[in-house]
Ligand binder design. Sequence first.
Ligand SMILES: [Zn+2]
Length: 431
Amino acid sequence: MLKKFSCALLLIVSSAFASQGQQSPVTVIRAGKLIDVDAGRALPNQTIVIRNGKIEAIGENLAIPAGATIIDLSKMAVLPGLIDCHTHLADGAHEGNSDPTFQLRRTASQVVLESIPNARITLESGFTTVRDVGVYRALNDVALRDAINKGYVVGPRMFVAGAYITITGGAGAMTGFAPDITLPWDLRYGEANSPWEVRQKVRQLAHDGVDHIKVLSTGAVLTHGSNPNSSEFTLEELQAAVSEAANFGLRVEAHAHAPLGIKNAIRAGVASIEHATLIDDEGIALAKERGTYLDMDIYDEECIQEAGRQGNMPTDFLEHDRSLGEAQRQRFTKALRAGVKLSFGTDAGVCPYDVAARQFAFMVKYGMTPMQAIQSATSNAADLLGKSDLLGSLKPGKYADIIAVTGDPLADIHVLEHVSFVMKEGKIYKQ
Ligand SMILES: [Zn+2]
């Protein structure tokens, strides 16, 4: 009955548009100031015409199509939707608990349901797209991505990894148990210990429908029994990952803290190094030469230390982290000065999801201009995803992923911490 009624309604609505000679509804945004990230400048008084979820036209004094819905952002600064290139949205509710073994007190479906607010909060903070780079319960991220795409759940457009490809007992493994404990399949889905095992995992994940591949090249801070200074996958294993991923048209990102693991991953041809905490001068030169992105999460140290003060961070994690925070920030400045490509990635999940935008101010504090910081989360991030044709700037033909803030982000980058308007693919989620 209900279905019949809505079909009838749909017919009336479409005939109304047909009578006006239009195929679909049009939305027009009046933007007081528009941040053109491609040109690196702000444009006054722009009009954005949106149809079918995409930007149809953009410019000054454009004619407003008849029947258009007009959104007045003439007192605001309008930007492309932000992109966080390093998130973990599908690991459930952390509730102040930074020990990954909390995953074992939940079923996989509980974890994915708990992740629903993570997705909504991320979108409402202005991030219309995320590159989600790993999940403990394998494929929970695929489920969340698909639920968002089907409209069951509100969240950003997700590009997902499906699982961590890691050595046994390595940075991406669920560790800290006695050797005779056997974990369920989804907590050890990505374990691989030779080039051919790495290829097998990449093939499996490609079949599972992932968007990119995450490998762990060195030890980690937030993993029991791991050492951020150690190398994990060999050069041969990393090369196998990149080569096999390329067979499926997928890019690879590598978690790496220590210099050798960073350089092995760059030499293997990964698209980005995650964290890049202790990158040395040779690594910076290699990244520049190869065009490898560094995705440096320079804010989350604040959250790790705060969790430590609250007693919510395992002491071995705090020991791993000692001195790494400031070291990473200094190397961020070095890489920036050397002209290495930098993307915006926060490791959201370490910090609460609603504070990811605080990293912008840290990027400016450590040397970026506000425009460079914004580009890292828009045009650069879209380039890293290989989606510059659809994402990362406000141009005709791209998705209408649009946010607005009060104030001028080029004068005060902190205004990005309070996004007041969010549109994803032409649909408004916050106003
Ligand atoms: Zn991470």
